[in-house]
Design a protein around this ligand. Structure first.
Ligand SMILES: C[S@@+](CC[C@H](N)C(=O)[O-])C[C@H]1O[C@@H](n2cnc3c(N)ncnc32)[C@H](O)[C@@H]1O
Length: 258
């Protein structure tokens, strides 16, 4: 794995997660990274259990929207345990390359195990980098993807501008993220699940002490909904911005062109 920079130093105090979701900047980034470091080893299993297996379907659909390119180069931002990087790799052609980038070393280490296990280390590179400062030259990638990362970044407009900067002209950005359910009844059910049941499972069943199960719904609630995210993308200079709701808008895939 390539380390672009050292991960943030962990602080001893536990910050209330509801508060973290409304912060921005460095303090938020450090608190978020402490959570991901703590849960990296169980992240995939938890994702499958808590989303009833849906997360992998959402990711497969996201990858299917990435245009096929011969000898393409793609970047997956906030790649974590590398699911999306693995899914987009076949879309970059036999000689294509994918960079799986993430700020969190522990998450990337889990991703690297999966990449190695599939014999794809020659095609997928795991790289530690911040979404806000990617460190690649302008106009590098045919496609950029991101899954469930954007609501965690400290500075969303900066991350989106940085993603656009590293994309080739006419390159494609595909963003999978939690969003706002479109039906009132689904919103009510989803709120009950995420604000009541999920934290209960987190503390009573998983005996979590990181606060991640409270942070998760709070971060979803404060993230821009479908239309507002379109606006953030347009303000960053993207064109042809559109979105597709999945599972009634619990998640949405945003598509945008440089
Ligand atoms: C919920 S996980 C998603 C992981 C993976 N993309 C997936 O869909 O399973 C969010 C990931 O975003 C990463 N992340 C959060 N803030 C980041 C930032 N500012 N720059 C890069 N990665 C970040 C976290 O370290 C974590 O691995």
């Amino acid at each position: 794995m390539v380390r672009a920079e050292q991960p943030p130093v962990a602080q001893e105090s536990q910050v209330p997660p509801q508060v973290v979701s409304t912060w921005s900047g460095q303090a938020r980034e450090e608190a978020v990274q402490r959570m991901f470091t703590a849960i990296a080893g169980v992240y995939d299993l938890n994702n499958t259990l808590l989303s009833f297996g849906l997360h992998y379907r959402w990711k497969k659909l996201t990858a299917s929207l990435v245009p096929l390119v011969e000898q393409g180069t793609a970047l997956d931002v906030g790649s974590g345990t590398a699911d999306l990087a693995l899914l987009i790799e076949p879309r970059m052609g036999a000689k294509g390359r994918v960079i799986a980038s993430d700020l969190n070393h522990a998450m990337l280490a889990e991703g690297l195990k999966k990449v190695d296990g599939k014999g794809l280390a020659g095609k997928i590179t795991c790289l530690q980098a911040s979404a806000e400062h990617l460190g690649f030259a302008d106009d590098t990638f045919d496609a950029v993807t991101t899954g469930f990362c954007m609501r965690n970044v400290g500075d969303l407009p900066q991350a989106v501008r940085e993603i656009r900067r590293v994309m080739k002209p006419s390159g494609c950005f595909v963003c999978l993220e939690f969003s706002r359910p479109v039906f009132g009844w689904l919103r009510a059910l989803y709120d009950w699940y995420s604000f009541r049941l999920l934290p209960w499972i987190g503390t009573k069943v998983a005996r979590d002490t990181t606060g991640v199960y409270e942070y998760l719904p709070a971060s979803i609630r404060t993230f821009p909904d479908q239309e507002r995210l379109c606006q953030v993308l347009r303000e960053a200079g993207f064109r042809q911005v559109s979105y597709k709701n999945l599972t009634g808008g619990i998640v949405a895939i945003h598509l945008a062109t440089k």
